[in-house]
Write a protein that binds this ligand. Sequence first.
Ligand code: SAH
Ligand code: SF4
Ligand code: F3S
Length: 452
Amino acid sequence: MKQKSFYIKTFGCQMNIRDSEIMAQKLYENGYLESATIEDASLIILNTCSVRGKAEQKFFSLLGSLRKIKKQNPGLKICVAGCVAQQEGKKIIDRMKHVDLVIGTQHIYDIPRLLKKSETQKTAVNLSDIYEIPPYIPKTNISHPGSGKKPEKQFQFSRFVTIMQGCNNFCTYCVVPYTRGREVSRNVKDIVEEISLFVGSGVSEITLLGQNVNSYGRTNQVTETELPYSFANLIHEVSEIPGLKRLRFTTSNPKDLSDELIDCFARIDNLCPQFHLPVQSGSDAILKRMKRNYTIDDYLKKVDRLVSACPEIALTTDMIIGFPGETEIDFQSTMRLLERVRFHGSFSFKYSDRPGTRAAEIDSKLSEQEKGARLHIFQKRQDEISLARNRDYVGKTRTILVEHSDPTSLMGRTSTNHIVHVESGDKEIQAGDYIEVQITFGGQHALKGKLL
Ligand code: SAH
Ligand code: SF4
Ligand code: F3S
């Protein structure tokens, strides 16, 4: 029998990257190997994102192009997983007859059984109606599928661990509560066990994942010990795992950022001084219509507390430009916030209508041109601030975790998550090492340094 092989293409956020790893793990355990190219695979999985229209279009155009590959290779199985799968379900198969299987976001753990099922039923749709995370713990430390890189080139020392699924916030622009379901926190014991397993196999940096990690533990029983159990409790517990050198997390809704969590940055050495705190807009009127449940004043107070707990903290954010009804005055408030916080970096996007969300129903939409013009102004100023921030590191000494090392180039990241390129011919240095460097140059997207 021909060797079964899979190829996973991942769109979207870190949660999808982690889900792809878990699907890969499940497939390895069932006799599949990872294919280096999409053409050679006997199973193609597209793990999709629907957060903005563009992400969804990218997926549909790739899916369309697979029709040809399937014609040449009728035995090929095509599976659609992730957030578009959850939202569109059977409509995907109606539109794209070459799809064999659609898997909702909570069914990825079940992929081997669902593949078998799709062999007997010509097309099978398995959507998530149950919102629970099975206590699945990967048995080995595998590669990052879907990153487009060959396995041997992948960075094995830093890994993601999902601590919760779903979201209960229903921000008016966002599809995530519809694609990922209600908020469910994973059992503390399973999280600790999974991280310990990673650390035991050489991983030294862990990023905890959830759509709103700050509300970890609020929504269901997460521990056999006494409730309540907060995200700050989890940070303390995880940070004590022997051998874990760097701990990060993403993402946080500012409304749930507690003083207890802020305090962790002052007390816990291996918690990295980096915080991604998506604000989405600098205007209170817009925040209200987004249903974010905080004001700019609340946000700034939290930012100030974070900075006083940990002066070197690098803050980043997400910004939606051109939410329906955003006036020039609202946009100026966003620009003022940018000047006030001077974020180290930001991910900014034009508002995109998502089907089924409340914002999609609002009439006062801005034109693509208006959104584009504001986005350009915002990004240009953010770039200047990021550059100035990066230049501030020149002359300072930082420890980097080496991600790539060969005789001509050496690259790693600081605890603040800045990329540093180092000139070095030092053969002794390998990926996974922690080394001291002195920053010699601050560029737009990265720093340069020399070995100490
Ligand atoms: N849970 C995170 C966000 C996850 S979605 C939080 O609450 O901050 C990632 C980012 O995509 C969001 O922060 C937002 O900036 C962006 N985004 C989500 N929906 C969007 C939409 N309809 N249009 C444009 N950007 C959107
Ligand atoms: Fe979306 Fe808001 Fe939930 Fe973040 S908190 S995932 S933006 S609904
Ligand atoms: Fe996209 Fe789903 Fe993540 S919509 S951003 S892949 S949770």
